[in-house]
Structures are given as structure tokens and as C-alpha cells.
Write a protein that binds this ligand. Structure first.
Ligand SMILES: [Zn+2]
Length: 533
């Protein structure tokens, strides 16, 4: 290996490498040769591939001509077959265009690589011993071969490929940014064995292993980006900028609603070691909690005629990393949604103690509401114990208690349960005591009466403006429960086992997608979204 000595100043050299100089010199002859090859009826694809070794940024006339001939032939064939519909036309055009697009991408990538200064990415020193190395990239249009200049940074003591950075390539994975994005998108939405087939249908030939690995890599990148966002919570400036970002024009005062829930995921963290760990007396748990929260402004919620809630804008926080981690993410999302401007905060959840402790810590002034339907379930549980499942007696017994719950009459409800106790067998007494504790712990979170009255008034058409607002308040945490169900559709399938590193990374990708922040991970995605909207 002989070091290139043409570079001495701190500025990038404009003098191309000898290989490229030679390539450019022979370009004219090469064009001639290609034109002859195409004219001598060589297959269009081979000719185009030969031309791909050139590094100019556009298609040659000969290539364009070859493409048009190929396209015309394909379309003519479709016209001859009466059974081939527009779908065949779409396929044939896409197929014919793939190779020219691949060539364009390869050459444009080469031009970008050539234009990248061969400087250290960290200290910006001119790299020494500069050379060229080819690499093959998996792209949207197929494999691209690109030569990149690389060199040694004496300061950082490492070899670097600045062009890889400029092109958005990872040092150890061949995926182009588009392929990175598709792997992330597909595998966060469906199991990799399905993703392989869907990718194939989209024209991307990727193995299950590649998809899996690439999606995981992107998930780790998403986690890193999330950690970066959360850093803003640790500084005064960061908090200020977060609050400022959500500050809109002066509008109606609004309530910020936060709903929290959890579901469990099956993990296998100790492959092959389970027996050994159990023998040592260590508890090996397969099931772990995934904590989920959602945040929205009450004025972004509406109800359909059928009583279904529609929320036009909402943010999500989802993590397997514990309650603390959830609450930190949720606090960040709440700030983004306007926590700083909200007139009040309403937190709705089921009776889980960990939720309320964490809420009291991060959102000390928030109004707290026990999910009405969870409360009702607890009463039904007692009714079923006493009178059997779904018997008329159970229904008759539970009716007045449900009424007390909806009327926020906690004391009556609790004393009713307490009066019942002495007449019961020991085991049943304990079960009822658990429910008494539940309602005593949540007594100040039962607040449903005004909402139910307001909803009745709205139905009758007699509601005051204040009642119309009140009627829109959720009684339960249905919004977050449906979020949990949606995550479970992907992450809780029969026979699925996860590792914590694996599920957290993919769930983080899915949450970026749901929060409308996908383009922060894949900036190129913005171009198409902007054109489609
Ligand atoms: Zn350096």
C-alpha cells in the first residue's frame, strides 16, 4: 500500500485518484463500445450493467435508448394478451425501469462519494494515506457498487470512510438508508418471516437474517434518539425549549389527559441456562411488564354518534425498561403535547399502585381518576363469588353497588361490602376484604357522576356549554387499553419469545412511527410524505 502524497493542505484535494482519472479517460471509448454492443442486439440489461462501471451522474444516450426499447417490448407484449390488465402494465414498467434507476442511483452515489472531503469526522483533520475501496450497497433498486476514498486519522488513530457517512451507510451493514427504513418499518409491524415476503413483493430481495439484523440495528438507533430527546428534561434550557415548541396561539384553556396501563411480554433471557438458574434457587421469570402511556388534549377528543371516542392527535410512551423509564418518557411527551399550557392534567388508570405512586411523583397536581370499568369489574368479581357467574342473583346484588360507584358514593359502597363480610366463610371474607382495600385506596379517584349527568343532558339536548365539555371527558382508560392491544398484535403472538434488547428496540421504532416522528430517524421519508400530503 503506497500512501497518496498529493494532499498536503487542510483542504480536500480536487485531484481524482489515478483509477478514476483512467476511468474518465476511457469513458468516451467505453460509450462507443456500449453503443455498438446495444446496436449489435446485445440484451439491454448486460449493456446497462457494463455502463454501471462508469461514474458519471446520468444515463448515456445508449442506455436511455436501450431502456426505451426494453420498455416498448414489454408493453407491446401486454397489449397482445387480452387477459393482462393494468396490473401487468404497472409491473412491467417498474421492472423495465429498475435497472436504469439502479444505474442512476449508483452514479449519483458515486458522485456524492467523490464530492465528500476526505476529512476525519471527529476532528476534521485531513486523512492521511488516502486510498479507494469499493463496497456494495443493498439499495431500493438493487446492489450498487461505489468506490470510496478512505484514510488514516493520526489524531484519532483510526481508518475512516467519510463518504460512507455522507451516504448514510453504517460501517458494518450494506443496507442503504431506504433499505434500513424498510427493514425497520416491516419488522416493527410484522414477524420477519412475513416481512421477507412483503419486502419481496415490494421489489426488495432481503433475507430474513438481514431484515432481522437491520431492524434491530435501527431499533437501537431509535433508542439512542429517544435518549437524546429525554436529555432535554435534565436541563433548564432543554425544558424551556420543549415547552416553547408546543406553545401555540392563544386558544381555549384545555385539559391534558394522560392514560397509563401495562401488559406483559414473554421473554427468554437465559437461553439454555434456565435449569441451572432454577437449581441455584434463582427465580426465572418468562413474563415481564411492558408499560404504556398515552397523552392527548381533551379538545382533541370527540365522540362519534355511536359513542366511540376519536382522538385526532395523541402521543405515546412505551417501554419494557420499568416504571421510572415510562414516566420519564410520558413526561417528555406531555410537555410536547402542551403540559406547560394546560389548564389542568387528568390521569386515568386502573387501580395499580405503581401507577399512582409514579403519577404523584411526576404530575403532583394532576386530577386522578380510577377507570370506571375496572371499578365495575371489581364489583362483578364479588357478585360472581357470592352468587355464581352471570346468575340473576349476581346481577340483582351488584346493581345497587354499581349505582353507588357511578354516583361516587364510595362510603356507602364500602360500608355495604363491610356489612356483608361477617356472614361469609373465611376464604370469601378475605376476597371481599381485598375489594374493600381497593375501593378505600381509590376512593378519591372515583369521579364519574358529573360526566354521566352531562352525557344524559347532551342526549336530551338540554346540556349547558360546560356540560358539553364535561360529557367529553373519558370515564375510563380505553384509549391506552386499545394502544396496548395494538402493540400486543405484534409483540404477543403465540409461540413468540423475545429478548429484552430485541423487544425494546422494536417497540421504540413502533413508538416513533406512532408519534409521527419517523422522519427524525429516516429524514429522506419526509420528501415522499410531503408530496403525498
Ligand atoms: Zn480525527
Amino acid at each position: 500500500m503506497t500512501p497518496t502524497t498529493t494532499i498536503s493542505s487542510g483542504r480536500p484535494s480536487r485531484r481524482p485518484h489515478v483509477k478514476l482519472r483512467r476511468a474518465r479517460r476511457s469513458q468516451a471509448q467505453e460509450h462507443q463500445r456500449l453503443a455498438e454492443e446495444i446496436l449489435s442486439a446485445g440484451p439491454a440489461r448486460d449493456a446497462a450493467q457494463a455502463a454501471a462501471t462508469l461514474t458519471q451522474g446520468q444515463l448515456t444516450d445508449a442506455e436511455v435508448q436501450a431502456w426505451r426499447q426494453d420498455l416498448d417490448a414489454r408493453l407491446a407484449a401486454v397489449q397482445q394478451h387480452s387477459e393482462q390488465n393494468l396490473g401487468f402494465i404497472e409491473e412491467q414498467i417498474a421492472l423495465a425501469t429498475k435497472e436504469p434507476m439502479r444505474l442512476l442511483a449508483e452514479r449519483a452515489a458515486q458522485a456524492k462519494a467523490n464530492a465528500t472531503a476526505c476529512q476525519c469526522l471527529k476532528c476534521h483533520l485531513q486523512l492521511r494515506h488516502q486510498k479507494y475501496l469499493a463496497r456494495t450497497i443493498d439499495s431500493r433498486f438493487g446492489p450498487l457498487r461505489v468506490f470510496r476514498k478512505y484514510g488514516w486519522c493520526p489524531e484519532c488513530e483510526e481508518w475512516q470512510f467519510p463518504a460512507d457517512h455522507a451516504l448514510g451507510l453504517s460501517p458494518n451493514a450494506p443496507a442503504s438508508p431506504y433499505v434500513q427504513e424498510m427493514a425497520a418499518l416491516l419488522v416493527s409491524k410484522m414477524p420477519p418471516e412475513q416481512a421477507v415476503l412483503v419486502a419481496q413483493r415490494m421489489g426488495l430481495k432481503l433475507s430474513r437474517c438481514t431484515l432481522d439484523r437491520e431492524a434491530h440495528r435501527q431499533g437501537l438507533r431509535a433508542e439512542e434518539a429517544r435518549a437524546g430527546h429525554l436529555n432535554a428534561l435534565d436541563t433548564w434550557e432543554g425544558l424551556q425549549s420543549l415547552s416553547a415548541a408546543s406553545e401555540g396561539p392563544a386558544a381555549q384553556p384545555f385539559t391534558l389527559v394522560i392514560e397509563i396501563d401495562a401488559w406483559n411480554i414473554r421473554e427468554r433471557d437465559h437461553w439454555g441456562q434456565t435449569e441451572a438458574l432454577r437449581a441455584k434457587g434463582e427465580k426465572v421469570s418468562r413474563w415481564h411488564w411492558v408499560y404504556v402511556g398515552t397523552v392527548f388534549r381533551l379538545d382533541h377528543r370527540a365522540q362519534t354518534a355511536g359513542g366511540r371516542a376519536l382522538i385526532s392527535q395523541r402521543a405515546y410512551a412505551v417501554t419494557r425498561a420499568g416504571v421510572e423509564a415510562l414516566i420519564r418518557q410520558l413526561y417528555y411527551q406531555a410537555l410536547v403535547c402542551g403540559l406547560g399550557q394546560a389548564q389542568e392534567v387528568l390521569v386515568i388508570a386502573d387501580g395499580a399502585v405503581w401507577i399512582w405512586n409514579a403519577v404523584a411523583d411526576r404530575f403532583p397536581d394532576a386530577r386522578q381518576r380510577l377507570d370506571l370499568y375496572h371499578g365495575e369489574e371489581h364489583l362483578w368479581a364479588v357478585a360472581h363469588e357470592l352468587y355464581g357467574k352471570d346468575t340473576p342473583e349476581a346481577r340483582q346484588w351488584v346493581a345497587p353497588l354499581l349505582e353507588q360507584l357511578r354516583n361516587e358514593d364510595g362510603p356507602a359502597l364500602i360500608s355495604g361490602l363491610k356489612e356483608l363480610q361477617p356472614r361469609l366463610a373465611q376464604s370469601l371474607q378475605e376476597k371481599v376484604q381485598k375489594q374493600i382495600d381497593y375501593f378505600e385506596n381509590n376512593a378519591r379517584r372515583m369521579e364519574y357522576r358529573q360526566i354521566l349527568q352531562a352525557r344524559k343532558a347532551v342526549k336530551k339536548g338540554t346540556a349547558t356549554p360546560a356540560q358539553i365539555l364535561k360529557a367529553n371527558e373519558p370515564l375510563g382508560s380505553g384509549a391506552v387499553e386499545s394502544t396496548c392491544r395494538q402493540y400486543q398484535c405484534r409483540f404477543k403472538r403465540t409461540g413468540q419469545f423475545w429478548s429484552m434488547a430485541g423487544d425494546e428496540a422494536l417497540m421504540c421504532l413502533e413508538t416513533f412511527w406512532r408519534n409521527g416522528r419517523w422522519h427524525e430517524l429516516f429524514p429522506h421519508a419526509k420528501i415522499t410524505s410531503a408530496q403525498l400530503n
